[in-house]
Design a protein around this ligand. Structure first.
Ligand code: R1P
Ligand code: URA
Length: 285
């Protein structure tokens, strides 16, 4: 069996994976993820007990027990470049024998649930809504570097969205886990999430820097492919869904809608909206 080299899979001197600084025994099969490292503690404050904590760069990990269930909560920081590192190293923890550097014969599929914040792209998706991403569309170039398989429907969305936006590469469209959606999001809004490689220009915001595509938000708002429309944007979901498919993990992105970009409203109570989402997930997991 071929060995993964020391530069492809970098391990720290304690045997942990390079950026996450974790060993296989540090994680559980179900992992809740957040962007903001400080949100990890907000979730595990609800736990019965926390048995493990680690911080490495923006990757903060807590492992513990909530309502009798073993869970891991991890922060990723912002952007799909972080998600690429996060998903590869998480997968290596369960599907690579780190001692022999060989891929395990029997694969483990993780349940990965993002609890994130997001902005609404549609007037009828209000601030305060909790949204599960059915599909995510990556408006970044991450999938130019991987051999992602897409369904015919996903390919059509990718093709027509490139046409509509005029981007010089094809965005990638990927569905999330229907199993996790049915378990966790049965009363939430079901939407389709645009994942942007930035918070300002790539989401149509303008401060001082001149935008190359000043109408970008309007283009995303108006995009239709049969009955498909984009409902919200953020910065990680498509990276999760695509890497999840490549590696065989169940992934669901749940979004607390904090801003409505059409009505230009921002939540008066963002912590409460995120808190509601956390409580729902912990009750249902
Ligand atoms: O609240 P989180 O999970 O960080 O998610 C959203 O918030 C950040 C931008 O403020 C981006 O990471 C975006 O995806
Ligand atoms: O508008 C928003 C709100 C949260 N996160 C984003 O990326 N965009």
């Amino acid at each position: 069996m071929s060995q993964i080299s020391e530069t492809d899979l970098i391990l720290n001197s304690d045997g942990s994976v390079y950026h996450l600084h974790l060993k296989p025994e540090d994680i559980t099969q179900t992992i809740l993820t957040v962007g903001d490292p400080e949100r990890v503690e907000k979730i595990t404050a609800n736990f019965d007990s926390v048995s493990f904590k680690k911080k490495s760069r923006e990757f903060v990990t807590h492992r513990g027990v909530c309502h009798g269930k073993e869970l891991t909560v991890m922060s990723t920081g912002m952007g799909t470049d972080n998600i690429e590192i996060f998903m590869n190293e998480l997968d290596a923890l369960v599907n690579v024998d780190l001692r022999t550097r060989t891929i395990k014969e029997e694969k483990t599929s993780l349940n990965i649930i993002r609890i994130g914040t997001s902005g609404s792209l549609q007037e009828d998706l209000p601030v305060g809504a909790l949204l599960a991403s059915d599909y995510a569309v990556g408006l970044d170039t991450l999938m130019c570097y991987y051999d992602l398989s897409q369904t015919a429907h996903e390919q059509e969305i990718s093709f027509h969205l490139q046409e509509a936006t005029g981007l010089p590469f094809a965005p990638y469209a990927v569905a999330g886990s229907s199993k996790l959606r049915e378990q966790l999001a049965f009363d939430m809004v079901i939407g389709n999430t645009a994942t942007c490689p930035g918070f300002y220009g790539p989401q149509g915001r303008k401060l001082r820097a001149k935008n190359a595509m000043p109408e970008f938000m309007e283009v995303l708002n108006a995009f239709r492919q049969a009955d498909f429309r984009l409902t919200n944007f953020e910065m990680e979901t498509a990276g999760y869904y695509a890497m999840g498919r490549l590696l065989g993990h169940e992934v669901l992105s749940l979004n607390a809608i904090l801003a409505n970009r059409v009505t230009q409203e921002f939540a008066a109570n963002p912590d409460q909206i995120v808190g509601d989402l956390i409580q729902k997930v912990l009750e249902r997991i």
